[in-house]
Write a protein that binds this ligand. Sequence first.
Ligand code: HEM
Length: 452
Amino acid sequence: MAHAVMTPKLSLPPGPKGDFLLGSAREFARDWPGHMERCAREFGDICYYRFLHVPICQITHPDQIEQVLVRQSANFHKSRDYGALKFILGNGLLTNEGASWQEQRQLIQPAFRHENILAYGEIMADSTARHLARWEDGEARDLHQEMAELTLDIVSKSLFGTNAAHLAHEVGEEIAAVMERFQAMAALSFLLPANFPIPKTPRVLRSKKKLDGVVLSMIRDRRKNKTTGEDLLQRLLDAQDEAGRQMSDEQLKDEVMTLFLAGHETTANALTWTWYLLAQHPQAEQALGREIDRVLAGHAPTLGDLPRLPYTEMVVKESMRLFPPAWGFGRLALEEFELDGYRIPAGTNIFITQWLTHRDSRFFPDPLRFDPERWREDPVRKGKIPRFAYFPFGGGPRVCIGAGFAMLEAALLLATIAQRYRFTLAPNAKVTPLFSVTLRPKCGLPMVLHRR
Ligand code: HEM
């Protein structure tokens, strides 16, 4: 007679006991990344705690991250804090789920093919040249602000074409106003039941109404005037599935808003931290300058030059290792599942943070050292480090759709600017990371400009 195999009941992962009522909410509110770091140190790669009543499982090992993002991805939706973003971005790619997300991803993906992104190289180069024309040797500027303005200009023109700059500017300002209030909304949406409406301030409601109005009128104008063009909006207007179906105006509005929001602040932060790191590592800065001078011989770079500028790309990669612009994100487990021999109940929020995994000495020797040479022989492709030891753009089906765009943009802007300028930190400048939706310097990045 066959015996039924009794599987032992698995336990929850270890973790801090926390307060009976609050869980780890106090530690979390005081210093979110610090709390996560301490948990990882004390309890290891997988640990479990509560934020008030909300269960959180934090994972830091690349294999566990791969399980959640790739192998078992069907068991997860985005974590509850994405609920706040949903108010602004509706059913755009970042916040959509299930079959609707899949259909949209298939429709939008072709616009981000390498050959299509190349069309934006001219906008990137032109915007940067115009921006640099405002700079003077020896002056001090907040480079975070500078990079934010520049990448906003690039995403606006890439999305809406070069003629709609004034409208795009309006959209940019309103989105910034809403995002200022996002953090509080995200914390609330994390705690409230899924269908509970998140309280919004009149300012946020006004911004949302205005944004919807501007973007919808742009879409309707385009449809009416039957324009053609290479901007992203036009590509999305033209996109159709095999049955010839196209996006509704409402869906298109959500996608445009999503690309607008997701498409500039992260890249601005990547460049900001790169300047910060280069200013402190003169050897890397000189190596970058030598490569640019040798390859470009004084010509302004284009996207076509990037394959001959490998060190430039290595600098961007290393900078995003130490300061990942998207420093962490979450998933919500739909069903109970097993991870590394532990039981993770349905409804648990899984926290994944590049900030911790990218700085793990098991995968990156001397992890706090800025060393672009780590990337000379691609260690992931060579099998020297696990696939998810480095994942600035996430991974699996929900990997960043703009990763190719962002890498080309960051490398091109780095080469164009570093060809003409180097920077030193302004005297008395204190630079501390702010762990907001993205990772940016708390009080900007005041730097002095030096013409090369
Ligand atoms: C350095 C720059 C960037 C970084 C570090 C970054 C990072 C990320 C990450 C980590 C995700 C996955 C989030 C998750 O799984 O929950 C993501 C998703 C996304 N990103 Fe980016 N991103 C960058 C630039 C861009 C750009 C330039 C665009 C568009 C122009 C963009 C559009 C999106 C969209 C639409 C998604 C959602 C994709 C989906 O779920 O299908 N991102 N990004």
